[in-house]
Design a protein. Structure first.
Length: 600
């Protein structure tokens, strides 16, 4: 890409506030804090907290509930917009000290808001009859799913004083360990010889060499990376031990049988669904190992090592300049529906997208909800198919946000399992269109890149799930050493990748690489669910487009308002049995067969 001729867009936040130093933003921040103060006072006035005696679901209770929920939803949306606005400056320039200070200030208020959320949940749990409230209040009926979830969650709360203390300690407890992990890993530099010259590179740059076409470069980068993780493993292991230990303690005190039960509850699925999906995935491993063997053949090696997993196959000569990618996406989104194309057009023309890579900007890509149906998309655009595919994916998230525009703050809450529904679907639309116009080498590159992703969200996610289960089991007894973390990781990789990889060259430090272990519990299986669920829906769309379109937007609008199984049932899908997951995996098998045909 020639920067002199191609200017990549920056997003426009001036439609929200003129700037962080503006009087308008300061007024908005003060208004949010004052609204929070007033809501705290109303919570105190009405006794919105755990009650010793059950509350009757009478008219007075309904009036209080409707008043509190309406203001809670309004304030939640208001604070979210403030947080997203501030984060838009940090994510595009991490050195913006004004934004960092604003976020630190705002986080204190967000903790207060989260404490109100906990109190509200406890109050709902004090109701003698939640169903009576739902019957007596229109607003309660509209939030029935959230109310029923809150009633269950209330059974898993500690005393009000303990919950408040836990919230206060968050910034110096688990969150502090997460910050330590982030600080340590982001500052690791690695010495590596490249092109005959000894260079010192950030660890992220060394890991990106896994995509280098030169196998010797990949191998040396892999060895240097492992050495760097080993040198920094002690504080990272301390963080993981502490975070998992805290989760175990809180789960036990809150009456959950295991941390996995917490994750299942938060993701709106049950154990039967998880088992069905994991069973189907494990039974599909032979096909994924076949893919790894095909790739080894394409690379001209007898067996893949870990450092070959992301090695490129094929070569796309086509340059997808941003304007070309924009037009391609608009054209093929329109082939699905005009509303989808209209959303993408608005994102491209109304300053929703920040696409230019630059110093201080966060890597990767994401889409964040800003307000109502409005989103912002961060990308680090490269003029290749992968850059276009990423844009399509993030625009799918924006479309999901648009479909939830009329939902309240509480109704919008979508679990990770369903958060990828629209994004993967939109990426698949563009991928299939790109394959139709691609030559053999371009098809090879597109299909293999897609299979890399599929391998990660099925086989690798299973290895991460196995690892986390074993870590929790052992952490109940004592802290684990770095050597034990490495041993558990290797065992999980052998159990999943099996004969598909050279077992002498696995990655024992993936527990240090993946930040997911240091955040939400079991932040792994939801990725598999998200991709396979979306692929299954895409297959339904191909089979009967008109029937599918009639229900799809409603499903997207409802992802925070029903269990996943109930939403799936709208398409006559039973996610509690392996059959649906097997069908979704069949789409990945089609890609493996395509790859096999391209690599005789």
């Amino acid at each position: 890409m020639n920067p002199a001729t191609t200017q990549l867009p920056h997003w426009d936040m001036s439609t929200v506030y003129p700037g962080l130093d503006s009087a308008e933003f300061q007024a908005g921040l003060e208004d949010g804090i004052q609204a929070l103060d007033k809501l705290v006072a109303q919570f105190d006035k009405h006794g919105i907290m755990l009650r010793e005696l059950p509350l009757e679901a009478n008219t007075e209770t309904s009036v209080i509930f409707e008043e509190i929920l309406a203001k809670f939803n309004a304030l939640g949306a208001q604070l979210h917009t403030l947080e997203a606005y501030v984060y838009s400056f940090i994510s595009t320039n991490s050195r913006n000290e004004t934004a960092q200070a604003c976020l630190s200030h705002l986080q204190q208020e967000l903790i207060r808001f989260s404490q109100l959320s906990t109190r509200f949940t406890a109050w709902i749990g004090s109701l003698a009859d939640v169903e009576g409230l739902i019957d007596n209040s229109k607003l309660a009926a509209e939030h029935a799913f959230a109310l029923r979830k809150a009633a269950i969650q209330a059974q898993h709360l500690m005393s009000p004083a303990e919950e408040a203390l836990t919230s206060d300690l968050r910034l110096t407890g688990g969150s502090a360990w997460v910050k330590l992990y982030s600080n340590v890993t982001s500052q690791i530099n690695v010495s590596l010889e490249l092109e005959g010259e000894e260079q010192t590179l950030p660890l992220t740059a060394v890991r990106n060499l896994a995509y280098d076409p030169d196998r010797d470069v990949r191998r040396r980068a892999y060895n240097a990376e492992l050495a760097a993780w080993e040198a920094n493993a002690l504080p990272i292991a301390a963080a993981l031990n502490s975070i998992k230990g805290e989760m175990l303690a809180l789960s036990k005190r809150r009456g959950w049988e295991t941390p996995l039960d917490v994750a299942l509850f938060n993701n709106n699925i049950d154990r039967q669904t998880l088992d069905a999906m994991l069973t189907a995935s494990r039974e599909f491993f032979p096909e994924l190992r076949r893919y790894l063997k095909i790739k080894a053949r394409g690379l001209g090696v007898s067996k893949l090592a870990w450092y070959d997993l992301f090695a490129p196959l094929g070569k796309s000569e086509e340059q997808w300049e941003f304007a070309e990618a924009q037009q391609f996406i608009l054209t093929h989104f329109a082939s699905y529906s005009e509303p989808l194309a209209a959303l993408a057009h608005r994102a491209f023309t109304a300053g929703w997208i920040d696409a230019e890579p630059r110093a201080g900007k966060e890597g990767g890509a994401f889409c964040m909800w800003l307000r109502q149906g409005e989103s912002r998309i961060l990308a680090n655009y490269q003029p290749a198919y992968s850059g276009m595919g990423t844009l399509a994916h993030e625009l799918g998230h924006a479309y999901h946000n648009l479909r939830r525009a009329e939902c309240s703050y509480t109704q919008r809450s979508t679990p990770m399992t369903l958060a990828e529904t629209a994004s993967t679907f939109c990426e698949t639309i563009v991928r299939e269109a790109a394959l139709e116009k691609a030559n053999r080498q371009e098809q090879l590159a597109i299909i293999e890149a897609s299979l890399q992703d599929s391998l990660q969200v099925t086989m690798d996610i299973t290895s991460r799930f196995i690892f986390e289960q074993e870590v929790f089991a052992r952490r109940q007894e004592r802290e684990l050493s770095t050597a034990e973390f490495c041993q558990i990781m290797l065992e999980a990789q052998r159990a999943t990748y099996g004969e598909g990889l050279d077992t002498e060259f696995l990655h024992p430090y993936m527990w240090a690489v993946k930040s997911h272990y240091y955040g939400s519990t079991f932040y792994n299986f939801p990725y598999m669910f998200g991709q396979l669920f979306s692929l299954g829906l895409y297959a339904r769309y191909q089979a009967d487009p008109d029937t599918f379109k009639a229900s799809y937007d409603d499903l997207l609008a409802s992802t925070g308002m029903a269990e996943a199984a109930e939403l799936a049932a709208r398409f006559d899908i039973d996610i509690r049995t392996p059959a649906f997951w097997v069908a979704s995996l069949g789409i990945i098998k089609e890609d493996i067969d395509r790859l096999a045909a391209l690599i005789p």
